[in-house]
Design a protein around this ligand. Structure first.
Ligand code: HEM
Length: 976
């Protein structure tokens, strides 16, 4: 993490893990464990438990729920009855299943079951004032009434509001039709997910803020992104709710939970901002939208129990709840329409009969479109896309089905069990809208009313799905036994290792996890601290793997340059094998064939970037075109003094350059195929952590747990990404002409597919190489640009100095070019300092030893995994004065020229046989884009944001989202 000295020392990671094996941390973990065990034994003896499965200490039944808890709940109900108890972490939870028990509880005992648990994650939503997540109270009842009546006033209150509401919806639907037709042009297939999310978001935003957004509005895109990421992190919220001790030591769930908190805060701040704008322009005579209406009731109404802060929380509740649910149901509708074309036809026949072809359907047609109604009810029943409601809690002691449930018990309502009860629904696992029609073809209202999806007051599993196979719905004794067996086996290995293996110096490693829990979110900082204690070469253990960590310039240079072959291997990780179907050069171990593969990749990159002045020029043109487009887009996004997050645009620019080289084609910013590709790369960064966990703890794959599911997504993403590249290469192969090399794909086809000599490489390697280059070239370069912009706005004086130099060297009548590089020493220094200071690839891709080797007097056996801590080289206080201070001038000598020796000792591309092969093109890209941007624009940061250098750790260290604006500088180019 790139921080100032003070920030660095006080950064949370330092507090979490003071860089050495903190005995206090380990002691507190052991105390926690024993405390939990004691509580568990006490509970066993004291508490009169409801029926339910056996609960383990610490985790309770958490490991048994699998990815589809609602299915597990239904299976458990068969064994323990419709009301039973499970334990998740520390919380006893009552699960209600089946129509009868749920209706009894929620209708006959409605007040007793109307509470919400006191979960920490609930308390942080909407600043703790969310109506949806607050417990039952008099104030809550008032709050709910305000929300409910406002919703009504803006939708179904009278014919006028009904009409306006309908108009909003029709507007979005018509836009969807046009968008879908455009996306289907030329017989293309597309993923409708984003468009549906936009439509749902627009409807609720129009109601709340009186405004719909364009699909490309950056503010809106940021809102959607937040909602998407919310879904990805909310799971950690629930885990921390039931296992609060997960917050007390560094672990991956704690980090995801932190993100979840941050997202909530950001989302709330966004809504608050809008509400404040409304408050400032509020006019009691004109109610523009729901925000105004809520301000009217809460702030200007009769004496209200609700303070002004409740306005923001009510609007947040409405947007949060309205958007995700609606877009989910729309996605299911489209999926089931294409899965059942005969049903689609039947729906169209009915609609043509009732509406005809001369007008659009309206809400008045609803009563005549019986089959469409039945279809929608069947979707809700069959998918049960909200399978378990938001947790309830009991507001007082209550007895249900003869079982006593104490006050403040957490209650899960399994809606799925109602909708899939075979006693009630014939063949519940079959999708059949006609089940809702009576003999005369009319809608059976009793039956539609019994579908439970909105509670009585967000994935899908069916017979034979993986979760059922994994956890066939009951507490599998075999699973629990195998977990205990695994633990024992690990413990035995651990004891044997302690006695047998001559270990290198290093911290004490725990059984099962080794030192995994001590690494925290920024392992490179921990590694550097450990080096102070154990020397520059030491050993840690992660899960099952012993790993040697190399730190500091001298040890790393010795290993990677003097013993280059011995350190050129890659470990035999399962996650590496899943990249490009095993044909990747980057992730393949050292061998003769690998050497050939690397040489081909290297010389092809050179041929397309720097081989001669012709290729140099054409490569430069690609980059300049992207930079010019960036300038235009940034100016557009800054119109009307707006601030924007440059993330998406920078990723697009980096992706376009590498795609232009590989496929001879750049894409529009909204090209669907391209957006898909970018989505993959972003998701890749999010799931790669699971890959590394499974690599070092392969036993995580042997029972259902969140890491295993994430690892599955990681594998799926890799497969999808590889398929995308493969399809492109196959197209190239079909139109391949040996006389014309259009792009790098053609070049690889020529040297691999049509090789003159035996290389051992197959056609699949051609595809693997292209994937390697796109994968490696996109994320890294865009991360570098992210940091550059952030540092430019954080240090305006450096930005001015850069502009002064560029104006002096280039002038204002032409654009900068790569030839100016030698005269722009300060810009070069700025780029090197950004790479040094941020060290955004802090640890290289793991290496492994290809034979036994001795380094700094320590013997490392063949096939040992090696981590190279580049960050330690760039932050070594022996080498760099004040390494935690950002100061480009450190790279300039007294005459103001670049100190080339110092610059080349920054380590970010690694060194030796595995050194990055894209380093030269990356440097050209970063130089030219930065030069062009600062020549044309001045960047400023949003004064309302607290500019931090905090970052997330996926593939690279990426700064958290920040907002900037760009102002044009006078130039021939701008005026043109
Ligand atoms: C600023 C941008 C970049 C940085 C900081 C960077 C950094 C790195 C690092 C640290 C490695 C791992 C080296 C090791 O394992 O010791 C690597 C490997 C690699 N990089 Fe880059 N890279 C960048 C851009 C690129 C680009 C633009 C491309 C290609 C178009 C590329 C292609 C590769 C490939 C193919 C490898 C694997 C080499 C091997 O395993 O032998 N990189 N890069």
């Amino acid at each position: 993490m790139a921080l100032t000295e003070a920030e660095f020392e006080s950064s949370s990671i330092m507090k979490e893990w003071g860089g050495q094996v903190q005995p206090a941390l380990i002691a507190s973990f052991i105390i926690l464990f024993f405390l939990e065990a004691c509580l568990w034994v006490r509970n066993l003896r004291i508490k009169k438990r409801l029926p339910g499965p056996f609960a383990w200490p610490l985790v309770g039944n958490a490991m048994q729920l699998g990815q589809m808890p609602h299915i597990t709940f239904s299976k458990l109900a068969k064994k323990y009855g419709n009301v039973y108890q499970i334990r998740l972490g520390r919380s006893d939870i009552v699960v209600l299943n089946g129509d009868e028990a749920i209706r009894k509880a929620l209708i006959e005992h409605s007040t007793e079951f109307a509470g919400r648990p006191n979960f920490v994650s609930f308390q942080m939503i909407s600043g703790g004032r969310s109506m949806v997540f607050s417990s039952y109270s008099k104030q809550w009842r008032v709050h709910r009434k305000v929300a409910q009546s406002t919703l009504r006033a803006f939708s179904l209150a009278n014919t006028q509001t009904k009409k306006t509401f309908e108009q909003h919806i029709v507007g979005e639907a018509v836009e969807l039709v046009q968008k879908f037709l455009r996306l289907s042009a030329d017989g293309r297939n597309f993923n409708p997910s984003q468009e549906l999310t936009v439509a749902a978001a627009n409807i609720i935003c129009a109601l709340c803020f009186g405004k719909r957004y364009g699909h490309d509005d950056p503010e809106f895109k940021a809102l959607l992104k937040r909602v998407e990421r919310f879904g990805e992190t909310v799971g950690a919220g629930s885990l921390v709710d039931v296992m609060p001790w997960l917050q007390s030591f560094p672990n991956p769930i704690r980090s995801v939970y932190q993100n979840f908190k941050l997202l909530n805060e950001e989302f709330f701040a966004y809504v608050k901002d809008k509400v404040v704008q409304h408050r400032d322009t509020y006019d009691p005579e004109v109610t523009r939208d729901m925000s105004d209406a809520i301000i009217g009731v809460i702030e200007h109404g009769k004496k209200s129990m609700l303070t002004k802060d409740f306005v923001e929380s009510t609007v947040t509740d409405l947007i949060g709840a309205g958007q995700d649910t609606m877009s989910t149901v729309m996605q299911w509708i489209l999926l089931l329409l294409v899965k059942y074309p005969s049903i689609q036809r039947k729906l169209q026949e009915q609609i043509d009969k009732v509406v005809g072809r001369d007008r659009l359907p309206s809400i008045e047609d609803k009563s005549n479109l019986v089959y469409l109604n039945a279809f929608i009810y069947e979707i809700m029943r069959y998918t049960s896309f909200v399978p378990v409601t938001i947790p309830h809690s009991t507001t007082s002691d209550v007895t249900i089905e003869g079982l006593h449930i104490p006050k403040d018990t957490v209650v899960f309502i399994n809606q799925w069990s109602v909708n899939h009860d075979p006693q009630k629904w014939k063949d519940p696992h079959i999708f059949n809208p006609s089940r809702f029609l009576d003999e005369s073809g009319a809608l059976d209202k009793d039956l539609t009313n019994s579908v439970m999806i909105f509670s009585t007051d967000s994935e899908f599993g069916m017979k034979g799905n993986s979760i059922l196979k994994e956890w066939s719905g009951q507490i599998q004794p075999a699973l629990v036994a195998s977990f205990i067996f695994l633990c024992c086996l690990e413990a035995c290995f651990w004891v044997r290792n302690l006695t047998l293996k001559k270990r290198l110096p290093g911290p004490f490693a725990w059984p099962l996890v080794g030192n995994a829990m001590q690494l925290g979110q920024m392992p490179h900082i921990t590694f550097s601290k450990l080096a102070k204690r154990y020397g520059n070469v030491y050993q840690i253990r992660l899960g099952c793997s012993d790993i040697v960590v190399l730190n500091g310039e001298s040890a790393i240079r010795k290993a990677l340059l003097q013993h280059s072959t011995e350190f050129a291997g890659r470990p035999n990780f399962v996650s590496f094998q899943s990249v490009s179907g095993g044909t990747s050069m980057t992730f393949t171990n050292y061998s003769k064939q690998w050497k050939m593969h690397r040489k081909i990749a290297q010389s092809t990159i050179r041929a397309f970037s720097s081989a001669n002045s012709e290729t140099k020029k054409s490569f430069e043109k690609h980059i300049a075109a992207e930079a010019e487009e960036l300038v235009e887009t940034f100016l557009r996004l800054s119109a009307n003094n707006r601030y924007f997050n440059p993330s998406h645009e920078l990723t697009v620019a980096a992706a376009n350059i590498i795609c232009a080289l590989c496929f001879g084609k750049r894409y529009g910013h909204d090209d669907l195929e391209f957006r898909d590709l970018l989505g993959h790369v972003n998701k890749f960064g999010e799931t790669v952590g699971a890959g590394s966990l499974v690599d070092v703890m392969p036993w995580l794959q042997s029972f259902p747990n969140p890491v295993r599911s994430m690892f599955q997504s990681f594998k799926d993403l890799n497969k999808d990404f590889f398929m995308f590249v493969k399809a492109k290469v196959v197209e190239h192969r079909k139109s391949y002409d040996p006389r014309v090399t259009r792009d790098m794909s053609d070049a690889f086809i020529s040297v691999i597919d049509h090789a003159d000599t035996e290389t051992g490489l197959t056609e699949a390697h051609t595809e693997g190489t292209v994937s390697d280059l796109i994968g490696a070239g996109m994320d890294t370069v865009s991360t570098a640009l992210h940091w550059m912009l952030l540092l430019l706005v954080k240090h305006p004086s450096i930005q001015s100095k850069l502009q002064e130099q560029i104006d002096k060297v280039v002038g204002r009548d032409r654009l900068p070019s790569i030839e100016d590089k030698s005269n722009l020493a300060y810009l070069d220094a700025f780029i090197y300092e950004t790479m040094r200071y941020t060290s955004f690839v802090p640890v290289t891709i793991p290496h492994s030893t290809t034979s036994d080797v001795t380094i700094e007097g320590l013997r490392i056996p063949k096939d040992t995994i090696v981590f190279i801590n580049q960050w330690s080289v760039n932050h070594d206080p022996q080498k760099w004065q004040d390494p935690h201070i950002f100061n480009p001038s450190r790279f300039l000598d007294e005459s103001g020229a670049l100190d080339k020796d110092l610059a080349s000792s920054v380590m970010i591309f690694s060194i030796g046989k595995r050194r990055c092969i894209g380093d030269q093109i990356a440097k050209v890209e970063v130089f030219l884009i930065t030069a062009l941007l600062i020549h044309q624009l001045t960047f400023e940061s949003d004064p309302s944001q607290d500019l931090s250098l905090n970052c997330s750790y996926g593939l690279t260290l990426r700064p958290f989202g920040y907002k900037i604006s760009a102002k044009p500088r006078r130039s021939a180019f701008n005026e043109a």
